[in-house]
Design a protein around this ligand. Structure first.
Ligand SMILES: C[S@@+](CC[C@H](N)C(=O)[O-])C[C@H]1O[C@@H](n2cnc3c(N)ncnc32)[C@H](O)[C@@H]1O
Length: 247
């Protein structure tokens, strides 16, 4: 039985008006699912996202990163990889003033996503060979920002999950370098320990600055972190630098 809150239970009110510190009844739920549900119900970011009309708590990770590193300001076109349920796409549509008649955001996920004004959504695996062209066709011009919050579905085997998500990050980075406008930015989810060395070297060759970030909205106990590559040098510039290195 769930215990009623006592004066010692840390019940706080959230901006969404619901109480925090809630317990979930021991029912048919597995203990791990119950713990997840309790954490979800008591998460102030979840409640805030409902109050603010966002589709995910992940929105605050992007907003916090942007507040510190200013990656969205002035962006004219954005690509959102691993977009469902659509929180980052909501922000992207807002900052680009995207509308259905003049869309400035293209998003992809293999899961369904409810339509969002100003977002051209493609339901497809990003690892499908056809995905890059579909995204560019949907966007109708080079993006200033490529975002990837993609995480591989968990298998329960942490090393496998880690490798799969790192691979997604790597493919996203190569896509970003193929399509970004010079001066553009790339933000992607990675795991603790950060991007692999080869990927970091690749990003440093192509961007003016590369840092790892862990925004406050990313749970401290989660191994998740983000790699942020700012100031794409442009394909021509990188070719010139490579030629100079060889010469
Ligand atoms: C953490 S969620 C994204 C949340 C999103 N940023 C938001 O604010 O609503 C990660 C998403 O990546 C998607 N994903 C993972 N691998 C993918 C792939 N290969 N192709 C497309 N989407 C993928 C998952 O389906 C999931 O919806």
């Amino acid at each position: 039985m769930a215990k009623p809150p006592t004066s010692k239970t840390p019940v706080r009110s959230s901006p969404g008006g619901r109480k925090l510190g809630q317990k979930v009844k021991k029912s048919k739920l597995k203990a791990s699912s119950r713990r997840w549900l309790e954490r979800h119900l008591n998460d102030p970011y979840v409640q805030r996202s409902k109050h603010d009309g966002y589709r995910s708590r992940a929105v605050y990770k992007l907003l916090e990163i942007d507040e510190k590193h200013q990656i969205l300001k002035g962006a004219k076109r954005i690509i959102d990889l691993g977009a469902a349920p659509g929180g980052w796409s909501q922000i992207s549509a807002r900052v680009t003033d995207s509308t259905d008649t003049d869309p400035k955001v293209a998003a992809i996920d293999f899961l369904e996503m409810d339509p969002l004004p100003g977002v051209r959504f493609i339901q497809m695996d990003f690892l499908d060979d056809a995905a890059p062209d579909k995204l560019m066709e949907a966007l109708g011009g080079a993006p200033d920002v490529v975002l990837s919050d993609m995480a591989a579905p968990t298998t329960g085997h942490s090393r496998t999950d880690h490798l799969r998500t790192m691979y997604l990050c790597e493919v996203a980075a190569h896509f970003a370098v193929d399509v970004l406008r010079p001066g553009g930015h790339f933000l992607a989810k990675t795991f603790q320990g950060g991007a692999e060395r080869d990927l970091l070297t690749f990003l440093k060759q192509n961007f003016k600055s590369v840092v790892h970030v862990k925004p406050p909205a990313s749970r401290a106990e989660s191994v998740e972190m983000f790699v942020l590559a700012k100031g794409f040098k442009g394909r021509k510039q990188v070719e010139r630098e490579e030629a100079a290195d060889l010469g």
